[in-house]
Design a protein around this ligand. Structure first.
Ligand SMILES: Cc1cc2nc3c(=O)[nH]c(=O)nc-3n(C[C@H](O)[C@H](O)[C@H](O)COP(=O)(O)OP(=O)(O)OC[C@H]3O[C@@H](n4cnc5c(N)ncnc54)[C@H](O)[C@@H]3O)c2cc1C
Length: 364
């Protein structure tokens, strides 16, 4: 129960408070028990004031954007879930400045409509702009880290607001110093965009093929956005309430990066199981070698739709890397499926997959 004095101060600061809110309504997996309190912050100023108040009072908090990279326990969260809602977006000559609460795909659509290039490969990723640096979101050969000019943070240890250079954020493949930590809150991001209307160079083969260009070429940004959205829809990677294949957190496991010394035994184990002539998909891991988690899951015996129609949680029928809620699932069902997949891949190939979503009150 929130102290009535703190409750009053939060309301005075502009937060809209509700109690016992099912978090399953606020996550794309549609899983998670109740939040003791949900504090919705309509502007970034309110967000700063609310988080400072909660931190001063040492109230446990969970920052919630679009809930698309969160796996929350069935017990919910016994503290204040802070909703980030400021959707402000400003376009400059070759920049876009977006508040943390802006829906990421709206920001992408707005830059594309204004004739700016750079963000189009990141079309269709759900969630808020403030969460994009947290795991350095990426798709189709582009990561948000390559676009960031500066990021505005609230330092929750001092209460100070400051702009930081992206080099301070430790951005790398699906992670940053912000992930799995709560001492900094992203308030706004500023990105560099291309004013010439051309896309980023198209480095991702599947996308280049779909557009009929060679890798490294560019296309008009709107054409690339449409093609990315079509590719993503075919994989259940664009949210659609009517399609249970999209009731997910996107890719559930990151692609494993294997250190050079460990690669030969891993490749031997894969070939022993799958066949000596198998061509194992490999990508630069910088350092090490990145393998495809989805490919490994399939080769370990977990096909699309696993474990079958009776189960409340299944691998997506369109994409083996997405774990999905078929409508009646609980978080513990999903955790059990994730463990089965992770342990099966490890037993088959000696590769341990790591979950991509942030877990709250549960672990895989
Ligand atoms: C269908 C689908 C497809 C997806 N495709 C991709 C993809 O192609 N590439 C990709 O990288 N990801 C993908 N994702 C994952 C997810 O959309 C991204 O990670 C997204 O950036 C999460 O944003 P969110 O606002 O929903 O974050 P949330 O799920 O609300 O939060 C995730 C984490 O970030 C923290 N957080 C949220 N906002 C802030 C903030 N302002 N400051 C500090 N911390 C914050 C939260 O506390 C939590 O720890 C996909 C997810 C789904 C459901």
């Amino acid at each position: 129960m929130l102290d009535p004095l703190i409750r009053g101060r939060l309301e005075q600061a502009g937060a809209q408070l509700s109690e016992r809110v099912p978090l399953s309504r606020l996550t794309t997996l549609r899983l998670g028990g109740p939040a003791a309190v949900l504090a919705e912050c309509p502007s970034t100023d309110v967000l700063v004031a609310v988080v400072r108040l909660l931190d001063d009072a040492r109230v446990p908090t969970l920052i919630l954007g679009g809930g698309s990279n969160l796996l929350i326990s069935d017990d919910g969260f016994d503290g204040v879930v802070v909703g980030v809602a400021d959707a402000g977006v400003e376009l400059g000559e070759d920049t876009v400045l977006a508040q943390a609460g802006a829906v990421w795909d709206d920001v992408v659509a707005k830059t594309v409509a204004a004739g700016f290039g750079g963000l189009e490969c990141l079309s269709g990723i759900p969630g808020s702009t403030g969460a994009t640096p947290v795991q350095n979101v990426g798709a189709y050969g582009v990561e948000v880290g390559s676009l960031l000019r500066r990021v505005q943070l609230l330092d929750r240890t001092t209460g100070e607001v400051r702009w930081v250079d992206p080099s301070e954020l430790g951005l790398s493949y699906r992670t940053s110093v912000l992930k799995h930590r709560s001492d900094a809150l992203v308030l706004a991001v500023e990105m560099t965009v291309r004013p010439d209307g051309a896309s980023a160079p198209l480095t991702y083969r599947e996308l280049a093929v779909a557009l009929g260009v060679r890798e490294g070429e560019q296309r008009p940004t709107a054409e690339v956005r449409d093609t990315v959205l079509a590719l993503r829809r075919s994989k259940g990677m664009v949210l659609d309430g009517n399609d249970h294949d999209t009731w997910s957190a996107g890719s559930f496991f990151t692609n494993p990066v294997i250190p050079d010394a460990s690669l030969p035994p891993v490749l031997d184990a894969i070939k022993a199981k799958v066949g000596e002539d198998t061509k194992v998909p490999q990508f630069p891991g910088n350092p090490g070698t990145k393998l495809s988690a989805g490919w490994l899951i399939e080769r370990a015996g977990f096909g699309r739709g696993y474990p079958g129609v009776e189960s409340p949680v299944r691998l997506s029928t369109k994409h083996t890397l997405a774990l999905t809620n078929r409508g009646q699932a609980s978080t513990s069902d999903l955790v059990a499926l994730a463990r089965t997949i992770r342990d099966g891949v490890e037993a088959a190939f000696g590769v341990r997959l790591e979950p991509e979503p942030v877990t709250v009150g549960c672990s895989i």
